[in-house]
Design a protein around this ligand. Structure first.
Ligand SMILES: O=C(O)CCC(=O)c1ccccc1C(=O)O
Ligand SMILES: [Mg+2]
Length: 352
């Protein structure tokens, strides 16, 4: 297993109620499996996943198991090595190795990763995506919304909760005025509110025609989120998935929508399985990145492509990066992101 660190600056930092994301650091993972070299990416986001140090340690541990097994036994060390990586403890590390294995497996089988997940989805050339609009004053928010609409997005996700409910209400109504009613408006509070403020916020968002609010309350407040449902704006849970296993949220009827970040749930395979389980419970899955580099972003696109008739996903995050690890394999046009059709992940990383 080959583990290489990288660090990427953001050209367009993402301002949220929980702080601004302005750089991403992680590791590429390369692993030979079934005669193919698979590539993966582990890009931890502290607060959401393990730290960069814990990620490195976990990957080194998995590499030791995989490499020892490969040299001393039958070369099938990926099983025990993957089991070294706990999806709850070190989700980014597991994501990195699992993606490399999935890439190699799908390449060996000669199918694109999304079809490797589910051959029955048929051919999916693109999936719908939302534009991601950070926290900003009214004028800049409206400008970002207009720009997104001009480039063809039909869903906008606006960060809220860094300002008062009244101030966010002004931002959202101003956006509503310049975009047509057909445009889906979502918001993401990143756990900014207490219960009382959240009820006021939901009322305000309903009047601006918001479809769903991501994580209005703290990650551990499952009961609070359940009580917020049915007030005219759907409830989507995101941070709660780094606190609880998804089954807890599904069993508690705490969400209308589950935001699945492969980097946070421990890999594209886990994200796909959880998406299907959510659907079975009548909860809609939405796949998003954690503003990752091209390998993880592309893996997330394959997860979304394997979900039949998936809602707009939060995958249009490439433009925020000042640089990337390889050319973009999933360009965005007209509000949709392209799904690579070559075998495996479809990302060619130049190691020289
Ligand atoms: O969903 C999107 O549109 C983009 C992804 C996004 O918002 C995000 C990116 C990094 C970390 C957290 C989040 C989030 O959804 O809260
Ligand atoms: Mg969110």
């Amino acid at each position: 297993m080959k583990i290489d660190p990288f660090a990427l600056e953001l050209a367009d930092p993402l301002a949220t109620a929980a702080g601004t994301i302005d750089a991403r650091e992680g590791f590429t993972v390369a692993y030979r499996h079934r005669g193919e070299r698979g590539v993966g990416e582990a890009t931890p986001l502290p607060g959401w996943t393990e730290s960069i140090e814990a990620c490195r340690e976990a990957l080194d541990r998995a590499a030791a198991v995989a490499d020892e097994d490969a040299s001393e036994r039958d070369g099938s060390g990926h099983g025990p090595a993957l089991l070294e990586l706990d999806a709850a403890e070190t989700p980014a590390a597991r994501h990195g190795f699992a993606t490399a294995l999935l890439d190699a497996d799908a390449r060996a089988d000669g199918v694109s990763l999304y079809q490797w997940f589910d051959a029955d989805v048929g051919s999916v050339s693109s999936v719908p995506v939302n534009a991601t609009i950070g926290d900003a004053p009214v004028a800049a928010t409206v400008e970002a919304a207009e720009e997104a609409i001009e480039s063809g997005f039909e869903a906008l996700k606006c960060k809220v909760g860094a300002r008062s409910v009244a101030a966010d209400g002004r931002r959202l109504r101003a956006v509503r005025e310049v975009v047509s009613e057909d445009v889906e408006l979502r918001v993401d509070a990143n756990a900014a509110y207490d219960r009382e403020t959240a009820r006021e916020a939901v009322e305000e968002f309903a009047s601006a025609g918001v479809s769903y609010v991501e994580q209005p309350l703290a990650a551990d407040d499952v009961a609070g989120h359940r009580e917020l449902r049915g007030r005219g704006v759907d409830i989507a849970l995101d941070e709660s998935l780094s606190e609880y296993v998804p089954q807890t949220i599904l069993d508690a009827d705490a969400a209308d929508v589950l935001i699945l970040k492969p980097m946070v749930v421990g890999g594209p395979d886990n994200a796909h399985a959880l998406a299907m389980r959510a659907r079975d419970h009548g909860v809609e899955p939405v796949v998003t990145t954690t503003v990752d580099a091209v390998i993880a972003r592309t893996a997330a696109v394959h997860v979304a492509a394997a979900i039949p008739a998936v809602r707009a996903c939060g995958l249009a995050t490439a433009d925020r990066l000042a640089e990337d690890l390889a050319p973009d394999s999933c360009p965005v046009a007209d509000g949709r992101i392209a799904v690579p059709q070559s075998s495996g992940l479809g990302v060619e990383v130049d190691y020289d």
